[in-house]
Unconditional design. Structure first.
Length: 260
């Protein structure tokens, strides 16, 4: 298949492959163009992505993780056989320059100057995570039999303490293994609840229509049923009964005003 966009190169009449080798050598230019303008100083311009959230020291603005910059990449050392690179870039909000450097020993980046990191790290030991073995420990495990024995005893004790928690996690994970069955039961329960709610809404609408109410009715609770069963219904007092109660109250009232 052909390419999406054809590559067309113009070869001047005086171009000689045996003499020039390539068009870049003919034009005295580097294949990376402007990215290699400082290559004689060991600096290559790359597209760098911010590895974590930082605060710029120049403008005090927040720069989020993932913001991209045209950074100058330079090798500044090695960690064993792994090269250590430094990246220098200009803040897009001010004139301040930010420098970051790789940290192969901790699989991370460190800020050299121009910014401060938004601290979002934690100690893996505090969250009961498995800590990686350091190079010094690996060397002692390979050369020191007593240290290897003590390390194995410690690992077994940690495993025994964590066994109940691991068992509970395994049981919880096994409970979600049959996701199709769980989904079917959940959908069946939603259908039943939806049917019940529809019936209650129809009953409430019929009751409002009979009573001529325009206000929404609350759902009937068990406490409401219990209180309703304890109430006794009786007819209101008649006119003669009210008059008799009023005369009785007047006759029992004192003739003199209070304090006389």
């Amino acid at each position: 298949q052909g390419e999406r966009k054809g590559t067309n190169k113009y070869y001047p009449p005086d171009f000689d492959p045996a003499k020039h080798g390539s068009l870049n050598k003919y034009h005295h230019s580097h294949p990376l163009r402007e990215r290699a303008r400082k290559l004689s100083q060991g600096i290559l311009v790359i597209r760098f992505e911010m590895p974590f959230n930082i605060w710029c020291d120049g403008c005090q603005n927040h720069i989020g993780m993932g913001v991209r910059y045209n950074a100058e990449k330079k090798k500044v050392g090695t960690y064993y056989t792994t090269p250590v690179y430094r990246f220098r870039m200009k803040c897009h909000l001010c004139v301040n320059y930010i420098e970051l450097q790789t940290d192969p020993g901790n699989c991370d980046y460190v800020i050299v100057s121009g910014a401060r990191r938004k601290e979002e790290r934690w100690d893996p030991g505090d969250s009961a995570q498995v800590l990686p073995t350091t190079p010094e420990q690996r060397e002692r495990l390979a050369l020191d039999p007593m240290f290897r024995l003590e390390h194995g005893v410690t690992d077994r004790s940690v495993l025994e303490r964590a066994a109940p928690t691991l068992t509970r996690l395994q049981e919880a994970q096994d409970a979600w293994k049959d996701d199709f069955g769980l989904n079917s039961r959940l959908r069946r329960r939603f259908r039943e609840e939806k049917k019940t709610l529809r019936e209650e809404e129809e009953e409430a609408a019929a009751l409002r229509a009979r009573a001529g109410l325009s206000i929404p009715l609350l759902r009937e609770e068990e406490e409401d049923r219990r209180l309703a069963a304890l109430l006794t219904l009786r007819a209101p007092d008649s006119y003669e009964e009210k008059q008799r109660l009023k005369r009785s109250e007047i006759s029992q009232r004192s003739w003199f005003a209070p304090g006389t």
